[in-house]
Design a protein around this ligand. Structure first.
Ligand code: DGJ
Length: 757
């Protein structure tokens, strides 16, 4: 396992037991891509993989020769204009107006472990043995600019992390206008492209299309990764599915404007790219300055989409998320937003908390509306001190009252925003992002603070630090409720305005870093009007993210299923809310709302003081269930079994690392008459182990929801090949029982028998 560098042939082979990634210095000194996929044998020379021959109308690099065109060659970090006409990974606008670059090989360096990325989130290693890193140094001699390409291969994961760093070694100022994190030329185009798209309250819905000649792409231009597209795409073979076949996952560890695109050229090559969106971006690179791109992670799976996702889950749960909360059991929380919105006082909050405590909730979260004059969305953002009319004892006093109940206390912030009706705005009207001479668009009556400026970030840090230092706060929900418009910073000169989107997100990362370093015991949950910034960049600071403002159980099937392609269950904030649901007015059973939310960072988002005794009993059972199984659900291996994007049935399961326990969730969205007989084949169990179904009725779960599985035991190979017979979950046509109605679901827990033969 490791990285093989063959100096003589200029070849680099990164490999572990499962994958190989091979590059070569081409005849013109640029870096070529030879292979990425299943592990192949190490050889000294793979020249046969370089395909390059005469084509009329192509342009050729070497005078008089018709056999070396960059248009034909698969490359690692291509540039435009020197015989390659595809979209480039790099473009630099120079003083004389030229954009041509030519980065050629200088040297390479291999070492164990993985370096940190300055000021940017990234995957990491805890021990050097976990990964090996290759640095390839390239130089454009004419510009005197160095480009270092970083490749880290993880020994136990089929993943490669990539990024690029530019350094202007000369004296001439230039503009970096494209600097992708990853570019990968794949030798064919026989792929389906999968993206995860939507809008507010319907984030990360799976969409699929077949690659065609030309460009397939998604992006963000909104200043955050956004609700519309997620910085994650998959290229899968048409014949691959959840359980078998080849899939490549591409994920950008970044929370700002991004681009993910695949360009299929005339020769059937697919050029995959990912990085900061070049649209609207430029970075002024003065002499002696450098620029580091965000990190992109590419995962190869020959075990289908579940195999790909499981790699991302492990990597992002254990080697992207950090800190005390990475592996700690996540507290079951109650959030007051949908219970009260802006309409609360201290007594009401304590009443909700007390009721929640009686039901077993561990953390009370106070959402929007607790500060300054914030009683509606029109005022107060930016003034982070308690509204003492509502909270006479301040945050300190309220937090103490919650602690005295035996619960932890959490608090909502929206640190990047300001209302014009605020002391902050009145004192510093120039601290918002706005373009001189233009009107400034609002979103939710709020404006975006210019986080590209250190003094703005410092000011906000000071306010938050004061509250957190004097009060017992164990959790922070960090919200962000609008996109950036009229992007311009008063603090930067004209030539730097293309930097502001990126500098803004660096400011956000800086504030996160300072807060998590100063308050390492606090659990952070990121949020952006629900799931508008549900990305790997955020996971580096906040190990969980509010997945969507839509907490309707049926909608959540798609949102959580879609999210699971890249993100671990533990990262998805998922709450049981009231019925009728506040986003859709749909009425779903309390049990189903719980059964969906178990597969996330679990909590409640309703006024528990208004529940019937019957519903309280369900809440207590749900909490008891989650406390018992959360460690398994968050640390186990997650499998998607049946897709909500394909039919009426959704199913998924989690298997414990030792394969002795599994939790299966089965959802039937609409009731059916004369429905088909159905079986659900399980995954990931031990072939010859005997499993029995845990009697959840004995654990106080609603028995009417737990019917169906035949008594006795099953061998793992029965469960995986015959499957659970689920036909009797569809008997709506012959039964009036509640479990047969719309939005029906059930949880099945399987346990290996100790003394199984
Ligand atoms: C949007 C979030 O997604 C909600 O959960 C809530 O915190 C509101 N903002 C509060 O303004």
């Amino acid at each position: 396992m490791g990285i093989f560098v063959h100096e003589k042939t200029g070849e680099f082979h990164l490999y572990n037991n499962e994958i190989s990634y091979i590059m070569k210095v081409l005849r013109n000194g640029q870096l070529g891509q030879l292979y990425f996929g299943k592990r192949i044998a190490q050889k000294d020379n793979y020249d046969y993989m370089i395909e390059n021959s005469y084509r009329p109308t192509s342009a050729y690099v070497f005078e008089g020769e018709y056999s070396f065109s960059l248009e034909h060659l698969k490359q690692e970090y291509p540039s435009y204009g020197t015989s390659d006409f595809r979209m480039p990974a790099v473009e630099i606008l120079q003083k004389n107006g030229s954009r041509i670059t030519n980065f050629t090989y200088v040297s390479s360096k291999v070492y164990a472990g993985k370096p940190k990325l300055a000021s940017l989130p990234a995957t990491y290693t805890e021990k050097d043995e976990e990964a090996d890193t290759l640095e390839i140094l390239l130089r454009d001699e004419l510009l005197n600019v160095e480009l270092t390409l970083y490749y880290t291969i993880f020994n136990e994961e089929n993943a490669i992390a990539r990024s690029a760093r530019f350094e202007n070694k000369g004296g001439e100022e230039m503009q970096l206008t494209t600097a992708m994190s990853l570019s990968l030329d794949l030798p064919d185009a026989d792929y389906a492209w999968m993206q995860f798209s939507g809008y507010w309250s319907r984030e990360r819905h799976l969409k699929e299309r077949t690659l065609q000649p030309g460009i397939t792409s998604i992006n963000s231009t909104r200043g955050d990764s956004g609700h519309v597209h997620n910085p994650f795409v998959v290229l899968k073979r048409p014949s691959a599915d959840e359980f078998q076949g080849e899939a490549l996952g591409f994920s950008l560890v970044y929370s700002g404007n991004f681009l993910a695109q695949a360009e299929v050229d005339s020769f059937g090559v697919t050029r995959m790219m990912m990085g900061i969106n070049p649209f609207g971006f430029s970075w002024c690179l003065k002499g002696g300055e450098s620029f580091q791109t965000p990190e992109a992670v590419v995962v190869y799976s020959d075990k289908g989409l579940n195999g790909m996702s499981q790699t991302f889950h492990r990597l992002y749960r254990y080697r992207l998320a950090r800190g005390e909360w990475r592996e700690k059991e996540r507290p079951i929380l109650i959030n007051n937003w949908e219970a009260t919105y802006f309409n609360f006082n201290e007594e009401k909050l304590v009443e909700i908390a007390r009721t929640a405590k009686e039901d077993g909730v561990e953390l009370f979260v106070l959402d929007d509306g607790w500060f300054s004059t914030r009683c509606t969305e029109t005022s107060g953002l930016g003034d982070w001190w308690a509204n003492t009319d509502r909270l006479p004892n301040g945050i300190k006093g309220l937090a103490q009252r919650i602690e005295d109940l035996g619960m932890k206390f959490g608090l909502w912030f929206e640190l990047e925003m300001v209302n014009k009706d605020s002391e902050l705005y009145r004192a510093h009207p120039d601290w918002i992002i706005k373009t001189p001479g233009r009107s400034t668009s609002h979103g939710r009556k709020q404006y975006v603070l210019d986080f590209s400026r250190k003094e703005v970030v410092d000011y906000i840090y000071g306010l938050v630090e004061k509250i957190l230092s004097e009060s017992k706060v164990s959790y922070i929900k960090w919200d962000m409720n609008r996109y950036i418009t009229e992007c311009f910073s008063a603090a930067y000169e004209a030539g730097q305005q293309g930097e502001i989107f990126h500098r803004y997100i660096l400011g956000v990362y800086d504030l996160y870093e300072r807060l998590i370093s100063k308050f390492p015991h606090i659990l952070f949950e990121s949020c952006a009007s629900g799931g508008g910034r549900f990305d790997p960049g955020m996971l580096y600071y906040a190990p969980q993210a509010w997945a969507s403002d839509d907490s309707d159980a049926v909608e959540r099937l798609k949102i959580q299923y879609g999210s699971s392609y890249a993100y671990p269950v533990s990262s998805m904030g998922a709450h049981v809310s009231v019925a009728p649901n506040h986003q859709l007015y749909r009425i779903t059973p309390m049990e189903t709302r719980g059964n969906v939310a178990y597969f996330g960072a679990f909590g409640y988002e309703l006024d528990l003081t208004k529940l019937s005794e019957e519903d309280h009993a369900i809440v207590r059972r749900q909490i008891a269930f989650m406390k018992k199984y959360r460690s398994l659900i968050h640390n186990g291996t997650f499998y998607r079994l049946k897709s909500p994007f394909e039919g009426n049935i959704t199913a998924w399961m989690v298997v414990s690392p030792d394969k002795k326990q599994a939790v299966v969730a089965y959802f039937k969205v609409l009731s059916e008459t004369t429905s088909p007989f159905r079986r659900l084949k399980l995954q990931g169990l031990q072939e010859n182990t005997r499993y029995h179904e845990v009697d959840l009725a004995a654990e106080g779960m609603d028995t009417s929801m737990q019917k169906g599985v035949q008594p006795g035991y099953f061998y793992g190979n029965e469960l995986m090949n015959v499957g659970l017979v689920t036909s009797d979950y569809s008997v709506g046509e012959v039964s009036k029982e509640k479990h047969c109605a719309d939005f029906w679901s059930r949880i099945i827990v399987l346990e290996a028998e100790e003394d199984c033969p």
